[in-house]
Structure formats: structure tokens, C-alpha cells
Design a protein around this ligand. Structure first.
Ligand SMILES: CC(C)(COP(=O)(O)OP(=O)(O)OC[C@H]1O[C@@H](n2cnc3c(N)ncnc32)[C@H](O)[C@@H]1OP(=O)(O)O)[C@@H](O)C(=O)NCCC(=O)NCCS
Length: 187
């Protein structure tokens, strides 16, 4: 368990699929995710996805964790390190808080900080990259607060909800993160 003040990261369970089924068919959520399929999802497909996260971590290809609130033990989202390259010690970061009512409550920021700390201090990675759609200001503010910086754009690279959007590429290097003032506060 990776524990913060308000959220913890834990392994996914098949029972978490109940939460996916409640929120994952909401396009308000999925339209923020650059690489998500936008068709309806099925319970068996989501169960297979959970099993795949177990395989990926067993093979050290990626790590996906559930985000759970400490106060009331609600599973509110997921966060991942994917496409890990052990030679370059880099990974692709992703995160989703599923229920729009939980957005903007700084759960995402704390979960991202916990995963970044795990990536650098436990896995000994050196660089974390992420992709965010250009209209997702909330996510970019959250990522900047964690220390990510914009390093480029893939122009009009994603077609979402009838429009081509840029993907903003952000990254965080271990050396920058090491010198940032650390606190587990949510500011
Ligand atoms: C992106 C996400 C993980 C961020 O987590 P979060 O807990 O909502 O974010 P935080 O509360 O830590 O920070 C949100 C920031 O955006 C601001 N914000 C909140 N609502 C906003 C809105 N509608 N528009 C612009 N900014 C907004 C907040 O004020 C805060 O910025 P500040 O600290 O500078 O004041 C979460 O919102 C989420 O999962 N959204 C849906 C899926 C998604 O977008 N995933 C990321 C794909 S790259």
C-alpha cells in the first residue's frame, strides 16, 4: 500500500469493476482521455483489463493502482506507469478520477505525487512523461503542481468529440523532482 494523507494507492481487484461500470461509460470522463476507446465497455472487458494490469506488473512492464480515499475507503480512480523502458528508466504516466464530483478535490494531485515518488524512489526511474489533451486545463494545473513541465505538442493528433485536438506532452525528471521542495500538503 502506498499511503498519503487523503488517498492511498493499492492493487486493483476484480470487485473494482463495479466502480468502472458505474463511471466508465460516461463520455464526460472518457473524452478527457486521449487514447481511450469511446465505445461502450462491458464488464468482461473491464475484468480482462484488470487481469492485464496484474500481468503487466508481474512482467515489470507497467504498474496500475487503484486510488482509494483513506477516510471512507472509496475506490475513486486509477493511476498507472506504463510502457516502462528499463534501459532509459522512463515511463508514461496516466491517471483518472472517475466521478466528476470528485474532480478538483486534489485527490488527483496527491495520487500523482504518490505515484511519482514510487517511480523515482522505489522503481528508480529517471523520467516520467504524460500526454494531456489541450482542453484539459484541470489536468494540466494538477500536473504542473506536481512538477511536470510542458515539453511539446502533437498538433491535432487526437480526434475527440468531433474535433481534432493537440496532445500536450509534459515530463518530469528525477533530478528536478529531487530539488523541488517536498511536502505532502495538497497546495
Ligand atoms: C485530471 C485529474 C486527475 C486531476 O485531479 P484533481 O484531483 O481533479 O486535480 P486537483 O484538484 O489536484 O487540481 C485541479 C486544478 O485545476 C483547477 N480546476 C478545477 N476545475 C477546473 C476547471 N473546470 N477548469 C480549469 N481548472 C480547474 C483547480 O483549481 C486546480 O488548480 P489549482 O491548484 O491551481 O487551483 C482529475 O480531474 C481527472 O481524473 N479528471 C478526469 C480524467 C482526466 O482528465 N484524466 C487525465 C487525462 S490526461
Amino acid at each position: 500500500m502506498i499511503e498519503g494523507e487523503n488517498v492511498r494507492l493499492r492493487g486493483l481487484e476484480l470487485t473494482d469493476v463495479d466502480v468502472f461500470m458505474k463511471h466508465w461509460n460516461n463520455l464526460d470522463l472518457r473524452n478527457f482521455l486521449a487514447d481511450a476507446d469511446r465505445g461502450p465497455v462491458s464488464r468482461s472487458g473491464e475484468e480482462e483489463w484488470v487481469r492485464n494490469t496484474w500481468r503487466e506488473s508481474a512482467e515489470k512492464k507497467g504498474y496500475t493502482f487503484a486510488i482509494e480515499t483513506i477516510q471512507d475507503k472509496r475506490m475513486i480512480g486509477g493511476t498507472s506507469l506504463m510502457k516502462i523502458n528499463w534501459t532509459s528508466r522512463s515511463a508514461l504516466f496516466g491517471i483518472s478520477i472517475y466521478n466528476p464530483q470528485d474532480w478538483g478535490r486534489r485527490f488527483g494531485r496527491e495520487a500523482a505525487r504518490l505515484l511519482v515518488e514510487y517511480a523515482f524512489n522505489v522503481l528508480n526511474l529517471n523520467r516520467i512523461e504524460l500526454e494531456v489533451l489541450d482542453n484539459n486545463e484541470r489536468a494540466m494545473r494538477c500536473y504542473r503542481a506536481v512538477g511536470f513541465k510542458e515539453v511539446g505538442r502533437r498538433r491535432k493528433s487526437r480526434y475527440v468529440n468531433g474535433e481534432f485536438r493537440d496532445e500536450v506532452i509534459m515530463d518530469l525528471l528525477r533530478e528536478e523532482w529531487m530539488t523541488e521542495p517536498k511536502s505532502n500538503n495538497l497546495g
